[in-house]
Design a protein around this ligand. Sequence first.
Ligand SMILES: Cc1ncc(COP(=O)(O)O)c(C=O)c1O
Length: 391
Amino acid sequence: MLAWPLMRNNIVREDLDSLIEYLKGTDPMLTQSGNVRAFEKEWSEWLGVKHSVFVNSGSSANLITMAALRELRGGGQVIVPTLTWVSDIASVLQCGFDPVFVDIDERTLGMDVDAVLKKITRKTRAVFLTHILGYNALNDRLLKGLKKAGVPLIEDVCESHGATFKGRKLGTFGLVSNFSFYYAHHMSTVEGGVVCTDDAEMYEALRMLRSHGMVREVTSPELKARYQKQHPDLNPEFIFAFPAYNVRSTELNAVLGRTQLKRLDDNNERRTANLKLFLEGLDPKKYRTDFAIEGSCNYAFTLVLKNPDDELMAAVEKTLRDAKVEFRRGTSGGGNQLRQPYLRKIVGKDAWKKFPKVDHVHFYGMYIGNYPDLEHDRIRDLCKLLNGVRV
Ligand SMILES: Cc1ncc(COP(=O)(O)O)c(C=O)c1O
């Protein structure tokens, strides 16, 4: 019995103690305040961006990113993956964009770069790419093609904190990037997320969108003064620039984020070594082992059958269940998004048929937890178990 949960020990004693210490202070502020600002600054430094906006989830990060894009650049199409989390597509729909889907690249599980470039038109407002389970989905062809076409890249890095392309952190290549701090990810604030950008205009819009669209959230005195001058009939404290949301987080979540961030690099190193060991240990005749691991930073092992084989998949699932190894079929977000009821009614019930590569992962792929304190012998035992599955 391997008894292997999806995630373990992601919030440790040290994190809880930092919360208790904070709460022991005199009249500690709980709503968004100094710790949120400090965490945003520390996160920006860690990532290498100018601005970060801490929110209450990765999905909220997606939502205000799409809302900012819509407000600042207008409507149109957004190119999205078929393998991603539901909120990556939902945010596109909720902000009134038309999603344009592309199939995956089997080695990165990210979008097929050539398919992305082929789908760019005059209506394209952005490419909203997801780095799946720590694998880098960027390459030079994509970055050059987007630059040439003048189409902004938005990176969803919710599953890939610390992963790199050519030595530079993912989340620093796009106009905006989003991260999640949900419990199961590389680091956690229980629930939480962050939006990052170097673009001053985006930053100000994101700050307002996080907080009811309120102009008083803006950091630029000039921008604030402009709104106030244009609206002399309004109380300067209550000028609402956008029909927005309240997706703020709290001081407590930020306190957790600050202690967690101190351990992130060390934990990531261990997780990266774990993934390498896992992929090296798998039988390449049975499972895909040729993932593009350069620069990858994983928090859950990818297990994908080499060939479509229902019997083998059923046997693998049974073996894992018997050994009490938790897994999620479909890998990220439950597989092919086009098969989901929320999309079928928009794109048609057979639209998924055009995307065979993601469909393979949908039926013959899964992920298994990869956490820092995983012992290497247990990883070897898991590989042995998986390689021994017979039908
Ligand atoms: C790729 C991706 N994007 C966005 C999210 C949403 O993050 P959250 O769960 O913090 O809302 C997730 C969630 O796990 C995700 O995997």
